[in-house]
Design a protein around this ligand. Sequence first.
Ligand code: NAP
Length: 261
Amino acid sequence: MELKGKVAVVTGASRGIGRAIARRLAREGALVCVNYRNDGEAANSAAAEIAAAGGEAFALQADVSSVAEIERFFESLDAVLTRRRGDRAFDILVNNAGISGHGTIATATEETFDRVFATNVKGPFFTTQHALPRLRDGGRIINVSSNLSRRPLPHAPAYCMTKAAINNFTESLAADLGRRGITVNTLSPGLTATDMNARLREDPRMTQLFSSLTALGRVGTVDEVAEAAVLLASPRASWVTGQYFEASGGLGLVLPGFGVN
Ligand SMILES: NC(=O)c1ccc[n+]([C@@H]2O[C@H](COP(=O)([O-])OP(=O)(O)OC[C@H]3O[C@@H](n4cnc5c(N)ncnc54)[C@H](OP(=O)(O)O)[C@@H]3O)[C@@H](O)[C@H]2O)c1
């Protein structure tokens, strides 16, 4: 149990990758705060699933695209942690909450552009700002990006831009927080089976296309991404900071027409 005694906050952990990361951190002994935006039932079931496996977790609502909600979230978190652990400090922040923002350069709207930037960029920025006075020295920040931050697709340029911003944010934060022994890394999934891309994966041609561009020849699972997160959160990664760490099965390494999959 590499994270015994640690406390972790995972944003957007009611479903998908965040839920798997929460589950995996808890299995290593961390007390996990499962943040969610809308689906309290799913978040409570994530916390219950962790408890049933012998871990510790609790759900806490906040829409991280709003600074007022982030402030309220941390006040509630302070109260829960002080009750359970005697103070408000925690050790691991995973900025995972994110949404896709569809629309090509021709069809994207101001509303979708603002929403995807508010959730995927403003959210991690201000969540981190509020986390820092509470994060223990020697702590961990993991920012969830995307393979599309480096290999953008024209179907959703705004989404790809938000993830490129996250990669950059990781580097400036790592430089700033090294003096406190806090590591900051980007965790970048490739196509991973979640609700976010369920519609895309309904089309077998799209699954086949993404698999054929992936060195390991298939779509990833949330548990595979969560393994990479736990590695970055663990003491084994104490000398790793400011890095872009991809858990994508090698998406984009296979050139169309040259694939062996
Ligand atoms: N799946 C992929 O293939 C893939 C690939 C690369 C990167 N990623 C990134 O991985 C992260 C997780 O994606 P996913 O596929 O697991 O997504 P998902 O299955 O759609 O789950 C999204 C989670 O984020 C929460 N959330 C969304 N907006 C929020 C907000 N404003 N405040 C707080 N929570 C919010 C949702 O909570 P509610 O259910 O309560 O709304 C849910 O728990 C995202 O940053 C995404 O960009 C995913």
